[in-house]
Design a protein around this ligand. Structure first.
Ligand SMILES: N[C@@H](CCC(=O)N[C@@H](CS)C(=O)NCC(=O)O)C(=O)O
Length: 225
């Protein structure tokens, strides 16, 4: 039987994306959690960009970059998560390509250190959520990106939407409620068991611990409150 090992930092959203795809496909795999500040010697040679995730397959192959890993798993293991139709698949991939931008726009809210930075981060988030809201509204009632069937694009967005809801909770912010289709999508993704590597309450503490450590304004306010 093929042996899959996922090299991970515990709260990395890109790792989580790969883990979601493995869980959706009911593939048995093992996590190897390492720490960013204390990398084992074997990690450098298998990770050209020095990043997680890396998916080790048996002992000879190491795949890197979460999108490449997700696509590889979808090419090789049933059920197929990408849509069958080539146009639908291209559109799903196009929205998947937006993820790195989406990730940095959302991440800026937790790390903003001044009122001005926080206000402009929120404005950028509103713009990103509006873009996705418009796309989702043109697609029907969800609950997932393509409707009833969970797809690779959902696995990509789940970790970021999950984290953003936690940041909003910490901030006492309700920005995402102004985007009901996004909110519905985010909640459906958070409700899906394959989204979770850790029990939700454990992950919440792990993740918000990191946000607090970064010392942004919303973390300072939450601590000071
Ligand atoms: N484009 C990469 C992004 C992966 C990434 O940024 N991983 C972060 C952790 S979440 C990382 O390993 N950063 C290197 C570091 O912290 O030194 C992917 O999709 O796999």
């Amino acid at each position: 039987m093929t042996k899959y090992r996922l090299i991970s930092f515990k709260t990395c959203p890109w790792v989580q994306r790969a883990a979601i795809v493995l869980r959706e496909k009911k593939v048995e795999f093992e996590f190897i959690h390492i720490e960013s500040g204390n990398r084992p010697e074997w990690f450098g040679p298998i990770s050209p960009h020095g990043k997680v995730p890396v998916l080790r397959i048996d002992d000879d192959i190491a795949l890197f970059e979460s999108n490449a890993i997700a696509e590889y798993l979808d090419d090789t293991i049933e059920p197929r998560l990408h849509p069958q139709d080539p146009i639908a698949r291209a559109i799903n991939r196009a929205w998947t390509d937006y993820l790195p931008t989406f990730s940095s726009v959302l991440g800026a809210v937790g790390s903003a250190k001044t009122e001005e930075a926080l206000a402009s981060a929120r404005e950028a988030v509103a713009g990103a959520l509006a873009r996705i809201e418009k796309e989702l509204n043109g697609r029907g009632n969800g609950p997932y990106f393509n409707g009833e069937h969970f797809a690779l694009v959902d696995a990509g967005y789940a970790p970021f939407l999950q984290r953003y809801l936690l940041v909003e909770e910490l901030a006492g912010d309700a920005l995402s409620r102004g985007f009901p289709a996004v909110r519905r999508w985010a909640e459906a993704l958070v409700a899906r068991p394959t989204t979770h590597t850790f029990p939700p309450a454990v992950f919440r503490d792990l993740y918000l611990g990191g946000v607090r450590q970064r010392g942004g304004l919303i973390a300072q306010r939450a601590l000071g409150a």
